[in-house]
Write a protein that binds this ligand. Structure first.
Ligand code: F6P
Length: 371
């Protein structure tokens, strides 16, 4: 492997910080601790069955479920623990919240508390763990509310759910690690998006993908089509028009992808454009969407928008949504700007009758061809 002189993540953060001479260094320290957590998770993912890491958590005791009612995998639990242990000690955090914990995590009393909140999904796409398909970690950094901020070093009270209920536009930083053929860390500190590849020899994240930009147009979309009967009509219309291809209203052929790891889909879209949809649907009235606002939709939305793309509920910009609960679910559409804007436009136009759309026409992909 030839030597090269790419920046390390540490160098990148120090150089970014020079633009803010009054910065304390706490933020950089936090991001570097998160990066160590991601490296540790990458190792566990890479060892897989050899490390005894596959399968459900505590299967011998009948397994365990998280607040979402989803079965936790061993790697979900391990990754959550790694995030906590690597970041709780340093005095940079006032508290944390995670997909895997019902309630906010309090920094133990023997550690100093700091001015940031860390919100994360330690292992996104965990249905892919046991089948050796890419998974990732995704995180968001928020400022702790002001009353905590002022007392940051000697925190007088524990964090509450309300402290985390901040619109995505207030995020200080967001990022993800992708555990794929290579391990990558993609980070935005609010001035664009940069991608780092883990050099396994050095154990360092190296800046390999500076200043990522998402093309405004695309011919690729991602959606779980098995939910098509539950989609709302603007989504049906959009997908239908894509499927109609060159002879259809869009006048071009589209390609479709579904990895079932949102982090991996976001990464593909950052690399070559595309649109991802897990829209609000009618599958379960108790769940207005599948993905979680605080630790999936908001961080991915921040990254995508920082790369010139767009993230939306389909109706309003994702980063404007005022969260109402820690584990809130939401419809999510993100990717190439012109496509996301088109989907938003379809949501504001008068409803069209499904029977008029080719999605459900006799020769449609989503209709039983024998009927
Ligand atoms: O937990 C969220 C997640 O695993 C995402 O990473 C992914 O996009 C989605 O769920 C997959 O959902 P489905 O199983 O419906 O395809």
């Amino acid at each position: 492997m030839p030597l090269n002189h790419r920046s390390t993540l540490t160098q990148f953060l120090i150089e970014e910080r020079r633009r803010f001479p009054s910065a304390s260094g706490d933020f950089n320290a936090l991001i570097l601790d998160v990066a160590i957590a991601c490296k540790a998770i990458a190792r566990a993912v890479a060892f897989g069955e050899l490390g005894g890491f596959l399968g459900n958590h505590a299967a011998e005791q009948g397994g365990s479920t998280n607040i979402q009612g989803e079965t936790q995998k061993k790697l979900d639990v391990l990754s959550n623990d790694v995030f906590i242990r690597r970041t709780e000690w340093a005095g940079n955090l006032a508290g944390m919240a995670s997909e895997e914990m019902d309630l906010p995590y309090q920094i133990p009393g023997n550690y100093p508390r700091g001015k940031y909140l860390l919100v994360f999904d330690p292992l996104d796409g965990s249905s892919n763990i046991d089948v050796n398909v890419s998974v990732g970690s995704i995180f968001s950094v928020l400022r702790a509310p002001r009353d905590l901020d002022e007392m940051a070093r000697e925190l007088q009270r524990d964090v509450t759910e309300a402290d985390f209920l901040q619109a995505g536009s207030t995020q200080v930083a967001a990022g993800y690690a992708l555990y794929g053929p290579t391990t990558m860390l993609v980070l935005s500190v609010g001035s664009g998006v940069n991608g780092f590849t883990l050099n396994p020899n050095l154990g360092e994240f190296m800046l390999t993908h500076p200043k990522l930009q998402i093309p405004a147009d695309t011919q690729e979309f991602a959606i779980n089509a098995s939910n098509s009967r539950f989609w709302e009509s603007p989504v049906k219309r959009y997908v239908d028009e894509c499927l109609a291809g060159k002879p259809g209203p869009r006048g071009k052929d589209f390609n479709m992808r579904w990895i079932a790891s949102m982090v991996a889909e976001a990464h593909r879209i950052l690399m070559r454009g595309g649109v991802f949809m897990y829209p609000r649907d009618t599958k379960d009235a108790a769940k207005p969407g599948r993905l979680r606002l605080l630790y999936e939709a908001n961080p991915v939305g921040f990254i995508i928008e920082q790369a010139g793309g767009r993230a939306s509920t389909g109706r309003v910009p994702m980063l404007d949504v005022q969260p109402t609960s820690l584990h809130q679910r939401i419809g999510l559409v993100f990717g190439s700007r012109n496509e996301v804007e088109r989907i938003e436009r379809y949501h504001t136009e008068p409803a069209r009758s499904d029977s008029n759309t080719p999605l459900f026409a006799v020769r449609s992909l989503f209709r039983d061809q024998d009927s």
